[in-house]
Design a protein around this ligand. Structure first.
Ligand code: DX5
Ligand code: ZN
Length: 217
């Protein structure tokens, strides 16, 4: 799969509805929704009011990325608020399994994510337990950072495991994705690329989405 998920974190919140509508008209596949709590990451983004606005105007599924401690307290509420998928950080919890069940019981897709300093092998036991894994290619917390190139090897590793074990788990990559590196990231085995500044800080967000989606290595 080759999907693009614009991260609303980089949108102009003064004209959020127009920003959403621009993405509705583009070839984007999902809206990526970055929720930060100021504790798991040193930044605070937004919560349910923005999620409600997205739900009202977005014509593409909402892919929620929780960068919060105690995701077990909130995952169901994000499911009820209209999420298509809900992901949380493996390193933020003791045992992801009961939290994955809470999401699955709401018929919402599950995603586990890891920051760049977390050993990719820690995902191994969960690759057959989730719909998607999200490999961070920057440290979670801020848009506009530079893609960490070592992520490409992690993508290749997870892709090889998914193929070897004959799984259908999707690989999402988040952070520093742009028109220059998108082709290489897809070629390494990613299915979904998150892009914030490359989309919303561009003069033509729809063209930026299309360029990433169809880029070659
Ligand atoms: C970072 C977020 C990312 C971020 C991506 O904590 O999870 O989704 O918004 O923004 P760019 O594409 O600008 O790196
Ligand atoms: Zn994100």
């Amino acid at each position: 799969m080759r999907a693009i998920a614009p991260s609303i974190l980089s949108a102009d919140f003064g004209e959020l509805r127009q920003e959403i509508e621009r993405i509705n008209l583009s070839e984007a596949d999902l809206f990526h929704v970055d929720v930060m709590d100021g504790t798991f990451v040193p930044n605070i983004s937004f919560g349910f009011p923005i999620m409600e606005t997205l739900c009202k105007y977005a014509e593409k599924p909402l892919d929620v990325h929780l960068m919060i401690v105690h995701p077990e307290k909130y995952v169901e509420r994000f499911c009820d608020a209209g999420a298509y998928s809900v992901g949380f950080h493996l390193e933020a919890v003791e045992d992801p399994m009961p939290i994955l069940s809470l999401i699955r019981n709401k018929n919402v897709r599950t995603c586990l994510t890891i920051n760049p300093d977390i050993d990719v092998h820690r995902l191994d036991p969960y690759l057959d337990q989730v719909d998607m894994v999200l490999l961070m290619s920057v440290f979670a917390g801020f848009g506009g950072q530079k893609f960490i190139p070592e992520t490409l090897d992690k993508i290749r590793y997870v892709r090889s495991e998914i193929t070897r074990r004959n799984l259908s788990t999707l690989i999402e990559v988040d952070g520093g994705v742009n028109q220059k590196n998108a082709g290489d990231i897809f070629a390494a085995g990613a299915d979904i690329l998150v892009a914030g500044s490359a989309v919303f800080h561009s003069d033509d967000p729809a063209a930026a989405v299309a360029a990433m989606k169809h880029s070659v290595a």
